[in-house]
Write a protein that binds this ligand. Structure first.
Ligand SMILES: [Zn+2]
Length: 277
C-alpha cells in the first residue's frame, strides 16, 4: 500500500513531467473505484491545464486551471504513470488502466489500479480544505508543528499502542504500516508499548526520526511491495534498507537477535525484542 514516501516520489516525478501541460481529453474505462467516478469527469477536466501537483498525507492533489483540483488516492494497488513513446508498461496490466488523461505533448497520464480501492475526485479549490478526505488530518511529518512537544502531548494518557497512534492520520498525516515499524525500530521503542508510557526523550526521538526515515525513503523512490511502481514505472529501492519490516526471524541489523512479528491494531508489526523496549 503506497504511503507518504511513495506518493511524494510520484508527485516529484509528475511535477517534472506533467506540470505546464494541458489535458486535451480524458478516457474513463472503469468508473467503479472506491467511489464511482463522476459521469462527467472526462468532460469536466478536458481542456484544463495542469498548474501544480501537490500532496497532503497520502493524497496527490493535481491542481487544474479554473480552480479545480483532482484528489487522487492510490488505494491499495494504484499507480499514476506518465507514459509516452518508449514507456515500458512492465508489470502494468492494461486491463487495469482505468482512467487515462491525454496531454498536449502527446504523453498520457494513466491511472492503473488492479484492486480498485483508489480514488479520483474533482473538487473546487475553495472546498478542498473542508473535503472529507483532508478535513481532520493532522500535521504533515515535515511540518514544524510536528515536533517533540507535540508528540509528547499527543501521547499523554493514551492507552493505544504507540505504533497505532503513529499511524493515526489525525495525529500525523501519511505514516503507514511500513514506516511506523521502521521509525519505532530506530527509536528503540516497541510498537506494542502504550503511547502513554512513552517517555519524553523517546517521544523526541520518534518525532525526529519520523521525517528523517520518510525523507530517506523519498530519496530512494519509496518502498515496493507487490504492485507499487513510481510514475516512470520503476520500483522503489527503500525495500533494501528496511531493518525490521517483513523480516520476521531474520537477524536484527544491530544486535543479530531474531526479529519478531506481532499484531498491533490488526496490522502486522515487526520489532527487535532486544533493541526495542
Ligand atoms: Zn536488535
Amino acid at each position: 500500500m503506497p504511503e507518504l514516501p511513495e506518493v511524494e516520489s510520484l508527485r516529484r516525478i509528475l511535477a517534472g513531467s506533467a506540470v505546464g501541460r494541458t489535458i486535451v481529453a480524458a478516457t474513463v474505462r472503469e468508473p467503479r473505484l472506491r467511489r464511482a467516478l463522476p459521469g462527467d469527469l472526462a468532460a469536466t477536466i478536458a481542456g484544463r491545464a495542469i498548474l501544480e501537483i501537490g500532496r497532503r498525507a497520502k493524497y496527490l492533489l493535481i491542481e487544474l486551471g479554473g480552480d479545480l483540483v483532482l484528489i487522487v488516492h492510490l488505494g491499495m494497488s494504484g499507480s499514476l504513470t506518465y507514459r509516452r513513446d518508449g514507456f515500458d508498461p512492465g508489470p502494468f496490466d492494461p486491463r487495469h488502466d482505468h482512467v487515462e488523461f491525454m496531454l498536449d505533448d502527446g504523453a498520457r497520464l494513466v491511472y492503473n489500479d488492479p484492486r480498485r480501492f483508489g480514488l479520483i475526485k474533482p473538487i473546487g479549490r475553495a472546498a478542498l480544505a473542508d473535503s472529507p478526505e483532508l478535513r481532520g488530518l493532522g500535521p504533515e511529518p515535515f511540518a514544524p508543528e510536528f515536533d517533540a512537544e507535540y508528540l509528547w502531548r499527543a501521547t499523554r494518557g493514551r492507552r493505544t499502542a504507540i505504533k497505532t497512534l503513529l499511524m493515526d492520520q489525525r495525529i500525523v498525516a501519511g505514516v503507514g504500516n511500513i514506516y511506523a515499524s521502521e521509525i519505532l525500530f530506530r527509536a528503540g521503542v516497541r510498537p506494542t508499548r502504550r503511547a502513554g508510557r512513552v517517555s519524553r526523550a523517546e517521544a523526541a526521538r520518534i518525532a525526529a526520526l519520523t521525517p528523517a526515515v520518510l525523507a530517506e525513503a523519498i530519496g530512494d523512490g519509496g518502498t515496493t511491495f507487490r504492485s507499487y511502481r513510481d510514475s516512470r514505472g520503476q520500483p522503489g529501492r527503500f525495500a533494501e534498507r528496511l531493518r525490521v519490516y517483513d523480516r520476521e526471524g531474520r537477524p536484527c541489523p544491530v544486535c543479530a537477535t531474531a526479529i519478531r512479528a506481532a499484531t498491533v491494531g490488526q496490522r502486522s508489526s515487526f520489532y527487535c525484542p532486544r533493541c526495542q523496549k
